[in-house]
Each structure stands twice: as C-alpha cells, then as structure tokens.
Design a protein around this ligand. Structure first.
Ligand code: GDD
Ligand code: MN
Length: 397
C-alpha cells in the first residue's frame, strides 16, 4: 500500500499531465514518499487516455474514466474512494498548485492532531500569480466570506488539500456539487484542526479554466446544503426570515401598484393576501422543500391557519404587555416588537411541524444525490477503465 494517494480530477488536461506527473514524481521520490496518483477524467475529448497509458509505464499512475457523470467534486470523491493510500492529497492538473508543496502537506498530516491540510493562498507567505483580474479576486474573496460561518480557515476555496483516508471514510454522506469539494470534506468529515501551508497559486500552464457562471451558482446551492448540514433547523429559520423579508417587500410593491387604481382601504387587504401567497410559494419551494405536499390547497389552508395563529399570538402578546407591564405602557413599539418576534416564532414552528412537516422518504433536493463514501465500490456511476487500462491499473516504479 502506498503511503499517499494524489487525486487529480481532469477534464481536457492532456497537455498538462506530463509535466504534472514528472514534477510530482520528482519531489516525492526525492522525499522518499511512497505514492500512487489517480487521475479521474470525465472522458475528455483529447489525448488524456493515451498520455496516461504512456505515463503509467513509468510512474505509479492509475486512470479512472467516467462516462456517465461530469463534475470536479464527484470526480474527486470517485478518486478518493478508490485510493489505497493512508493519506489523500487532491490537486488540480493544470499546475496551479505547486507539486513541490506536497511533502509539506504530508508532513503536516503526519501530526495526529492535524486532520486537514490546505495549500493556501491567503495565509502569510501564500500568494496568487499576477493576472487575476479584480473580478476573479472579488469572486474568490466573496465566496470565502460566505463560507465563514462554516469554517474560519483563510482559504476554504482551495482545490489543493489533504486529509487522512480514515477521515474521508468517516464522512456521513457527501453531496458534492460544484467545485468546492475541499469545503465539503472540511465540513462533512468534521475536521477540527486545519493547517494551512502557504503556496503560490500559479496561472494554469495550458488550456482554459472550466469554472463557469453555472459552477458559481452551484456554489450557492452547495453552501446552502452545508449550512443545513451544520446548522439544521437554525439554517431553515434564517431562510424563513429571508422569505418573510421578501414578503414584506412584495406587500409594499403590490400595495403601491394597487393604490394607482384603488383606495387604500381596498388595496391594503389585497396586498396582504398577495404577500401571504408569495410567502407560501417561496416557503414551499425553498425553505421547506422537503415537506412539499401534492395537496397544494390543503397545504395553503394550513399555511393560512399558521399565519392567523402567528398574528393572534402577536396581537395577544403586544396587547398584554402594553396594558399590563409599565415599561411597555410607555413604549408600545417595543411591545409590538416582542409581539412580532413571538408571532414569527409561532408561525415558523407551525410551518415546521404542521404545514410543511417533512414527508417520509421525500427526495429532498437538499440531499437526494448524497453519495456514501463507504465501501470499496468507487462512484456509483464511475467507470474504471479496465480494458485498455488493466495495465494502467498496475503500479509501476
Ligand atoms: N473530472 C473532472 N470533471 N475534472 C474537472 C472538471 C470536471 O467536470 N472540471 C474541472 N476539472 C478539473 C480541471 O481539469 C482541473 O484539473 C481542476 O479540476 C480545476 O479546474 P480549473 O478549471 O483549472 O479550475 P480553476 O482554476 O478555475 O479553479 C481552481 O481554483 C479554485 C480556487 O480559486 C481549482 O483549484 C478549484 O478547485 C479551486 O477551488
Ligand atoms: Mn485552474
């Protein structure tokens, strides 16, 4: 068994692979680190297959070609699932990540207290090569900021990271969409002690980045799943609050529109009703999507009951405080704030337990595509090339 498995996801990286494999091999043999490299390619329409075949004659390289699925993150999971090393390091193929830093990542993982290492651009001594436009920099920084509630590491967006195979196996269910598999593992493997090793992130050697707008939208969905995973019902409460705020805006917009043709008395109830419908749809499709029932009318009726209950609690508490508690008698607005909070809490609790109670075996979009890491099977739909690659599968050197 090699000590280390280096997992490299690739899509159209044939031009970069020879230099990557040579540099990884040079540094790891110099440091006497026994390793294997697994390239997980998504059936690239280039010479990746032939080049890997040639390289595998000289280096301990295996190629997994997936034909039924595409995606950086799931490719990395497939590679890690078939890794035999005790330590796992993931890196890009385009030489943005310096292979010469791998021994430092490995050394950090030798410390039993460290359970995750990152080749980091944003710690002292780390950097990115010139040529990052303001947009890419801003993008990276705001993505990092959004991940802040999940982890305090400086570079959670990094694609150059390492962890123990045992930690990877312990992940409950991995749900890798988009690009941020490092962040996914950091959260799902419950890694507490993370060490960041400074690296210089180079511009890619050949070819183009595959990071598209679509991947960035995926990142937002991914973040939401991770918030749900880490914070459970609290994350739902925040989403519920955001929906509520949007409902208030919808209420005001509709009111303004209707007042162009109706008096206030007529426009107000209609605007309130439209806000209730707005909140219902958003909560049903977004906050409580795992509790979406096919009986929309019944669910809407229950939602209206929840809203009326919230309003009643709001009214009772604010009136009660304002009439009975001297401090609130002088500050009726404060009494209203307490009433609104209690009403919103009541409304949320009823949505959770009564209106949108999760339906058993519902295929929630939040984790319907979860992938277990356990077992020796690689990825459910991964194809490990065995015909021309039987010899690729053998470790050489
Ligand atoms: N198998 C597979 N399938 N590999 C893929 C896919 C895919 O769909 N898309 C991209 N890759 C591979 C690329 O071939 C490359 O080896 C690596 O994943 C990173 O892709 P790039 O296209 O080079 O991404 P980038 O340079 O924009 O993003 C890098 O920087 C980010 C931080 O700024 C990557 O390192 C990210 O992992 C990192 O988060
Ligand atoms: Mn790149």
């Amino acid at each position: 068994m090699p000590r280390l498995t280096v997992v490299v996801p690739t899509f159209q990286e044939a031009a970069n692979l020879p230099q990557l494999v040579h540099r990884v091999h040079d540094v790891l043999s110099r440091e006497s680190i026994d390793y294997e490299m697994i390239v997980v390619d998504d059936n690239s329409p280039d010479e990746t297959r032939q080049i890997c075949q040639e390289l595998a004659e000289k280096f301990p390289l295996r190629l997994i070609v997936r034909t039924a699925e595409r995606g950086l993150s799931s490719a990395v999971v497939a590679g890690m699932n078939s890794a035999t090393g005790e330590l796992l390091v993931c890196m890009d193929a385009d030489l943005s990540h310096p292979p010469e830093a791998i021994p430092e990542l490995v050394a950090a993982l030798e410390n039993p207290q460290t359970d995750f290492v990152i080749g980091s651009r944003y710690v002292r001594g780390g950097s990115t090569e010139d040529g990052w436009g303001l947009l890419r920099w801003l993008n990276s920084k705001s993505a990092t900021l959004l991940a802040r509630p999940l982890t305090a590491v400086r570079d959670p967006m990094a694609g150059f990271f390492g962890l123990r195979s045992s930690a990877f196996q312990s992940a409950e269910n991995l749900n890798p969409i988009g690009y941020k598999i490092g962040l996914e593992l950091l959260v799902k493997c419950n890694c507490q002690c993370v060490k960041e090793i400074p690296i210089r992130f180079a511009n890619r050697l050949y070819g183009d980045s595959k990071l598209s707008i679509r991947e960035q939208l995926c990142y937002l969905r991914h973040l939401r799943r991770l918030y749900r995973f880490r914070f459970g019902v609290k994350a739902k409460a925040v989403e519920y609050g955001l929906v509520g705020l949007s409902g208030a805006c919808a209420d005001l917009c509709v009111l303004w529109g209707l007042m162009q043709v109706l008096p206030f008395n007529g426009a107000r109830p209609l605007a309130i009703c439209s806000a209730v419908v707005w909140n219902f749809w958003l909560n049903r499709d977004f906050t409580f999507e795992d509790g979406r029932s096919k009986q929309v009318h019944l669910q809407f009726f229950r939602f209206v009951v929840a809203c009326l209950s919230g309003a009643t609690v709001n009214w009772l508490i604010s009136m009660g405080l304002q009439t009975n508690v001297p401090a609130f008698e002088r500050n009726p607005l404060l009494a209203a704030v307490v009433g609104i909070s209690a009403g919103a809490g009541m409304n949320f609790a009823m949505c959770l337990r009564f209106v949108f109670r999760p339906i058993a075996n519902a295929r929630s979009s939040v984790d319907s595509s979860a992938i277990r890491t356990h077992g020796s099977i690689t990825h459910p739909r991964a194809t490990v090339l065995d015909e021309p690659v039987t010899h690729l599968d053998q470790r050489i050197g």
